[in-house]
Ligand binder design. Structure first.
Ligand code: DX5
Ligand code: ZN
Length: 239
């Protein structure tokens, strides 16, 4: 699977988002990750469809829209019209998840289901065949710059096993607290879409940071090939 780096604009400079998006594209990112928050599903408020629409013409990169909102069905059309290429909805926010997944597909966007750290994988077991990706949270949603939760790594591995067992085409996106230390672990466990906000936008040059993250992902690919994923082994390996 191709590694895709998806910088999260939540940590970008909001006073010049157009420039930040341009710089992110030039720096070699694969996707732009939009963290949409409504102050209800998570205790924070960020962007709406109008902002996404304004930035659409600034870049050719696909927009990966992460809906951390209640009643996502009410906004799917707005985000697709605004230019979303991929939309993830939280399983925890959907009363009728299968219907919402098909609503996204009918609108022509790629569809993912996001799972908070404590939410079990079986929340997606019976829709996995319909998904383009699963978004596995490695922080509790709502803020950038939080600490990675390592106990989620076995969940990534189990997701990969479940995808392979079902013959699903779904990719695994991981989101929250990612950096060059933990990316090899999540890639070796089966993730290929890597969301990063703080480690891209809050530590000097965007291009340098994306290159660093991509290099660490390549290490993870080798780790994943070299040995059957067993978290203990990787912890030793990563010391
Ligand atoms: C958290 C968001 C994440 C977060 C990632 O609710 O979904 O996308 O912004 O940013 P970092 O890499 O700073 O944790
Ligand atoms: Zn996100």
């Amino acid at each position: 699977m191709k590694i895709k780096i998806a910088p999260s604009l939540l940590s970008a400079d909001f006073s010049q988002l157009g420039l930040e998006v341009r710089k992110t594209e030039r720096a070699g990112a694969d996707l732009i990750h939009w963290d949409i928050m409504d102050g209800h599903f998570v205790p924070n408020i960020t962007f709406g469809p109008v902002v996404v629409e304004k930035l659409r013409k600034k870049t050719k990169l696909p927009f990966d829209v992460h809906l951390m909102i209640e009643n996502p069905d009410d906004f799917l059309e707005d985000f697709v019209r605004a230019g979303a290429d991929m939309i993830s909805v939280h399983a925890e926010a959907c009363l009728h998840l299968q219907r919402t997944v098909h609503h996204v597909k009918d609108l022509g966007a790629k569809v993912g289901v996001a799972l908070n750290p404590a939410t079990p994988l079986n929340a997606v077991e019976f829709v996995l065949g319909d998904l383009d990706f699963i978004l596995i949270m490695t922080v509790n949603p709502g803020f950038g710059g939080q600490k990675f939760i390592p106990s989620v790594i076995p969940k990534i591995r189990k997701a990969k096993e479940m995808i392979q067992a079902q013959g699903s085409k779904a990719e695994i996106e991981v989101d929250g607290g990612l950096n060059e230390e933990n990316i090899p672990l999540v890639v070796a466990a089966g993730a290929n879409i890597l969301v990063a906000g703080y480690s891209v936008y809050c530590r000097g040059g965007i291009a340098k940071n994306i290159k660093l993250l991509r290099k660490s992902a390549e290490r993870g690919m080798k780790l994943g090939m070299a040995q059957k994923p067993g978290f203990e082994n990787f912890k030793k390996e990563m010391r």
